[in-house]
Design a protein around this ligand. Structure first.
Ligand SMILES: [Zn+2]
Length: 132
């Protein structure tokens, strides 16, 4: 972060958007940035990353799984301004038809306290889908 925080990774994303608070090191998978840039361009709306790389300590503090792809810099939680979770996830599905992780976290009747819904994507080799 001290060296590269403002470095542009793609037309719409900088290193600092993937950083973990308190950590100078940021692990980040190139393919993840490509996926997010595709999503940015497809919807033409700002993409807000709420969680990218996580250190083990931060991951534990937020209750993340011990095998979380966030620990490897291969995952991002994000929302697209003005676009609902189902629509974003459906588009992500076209980018990762047979592999990768896609998690849906809608703000809905079951989760009214969420500030916004969000989508998790990751670049794991296998395929995983979930809704929480
Ligand atoms: Zn996530």
């Amino acid at each position: 972060m001290s060296r590269d925080s403002t470095r542009q990774l793609s037309p719409n994303f900088k290193v600092r958007e993937f950083a973990c608070k308190g950590s100078d090191v940021v692990l980040l998978d190139d393919e993840l940035v490509v996926l997010l840039q595709c999503i940015r361009e497809h919807f033409g709306k700002p993409v807000h990353i709420t969680s990218g790389y996580r250190t083990a300590a931060h991951n534990a503090a937020v209750g993340g799984s011990k095998s979380s792809q966030h620990l490897l810099g291969r995952a991002a939680d994000f929302y697209v301004e003005g676009v609902d979770v189902a629509t974003v996830a459906a588009y992500a599905e076209t980018l990762l038809p047979s592999r990768g992780g896609i998690g849906r976290y809608p703000k809905d009747a079951a989760h009214p306290k969420r500030r916004t819904g969000w989508v998790h994507i990751d670049t794991r080799a296998g395929k995983s889908r979930w809704k929480m």
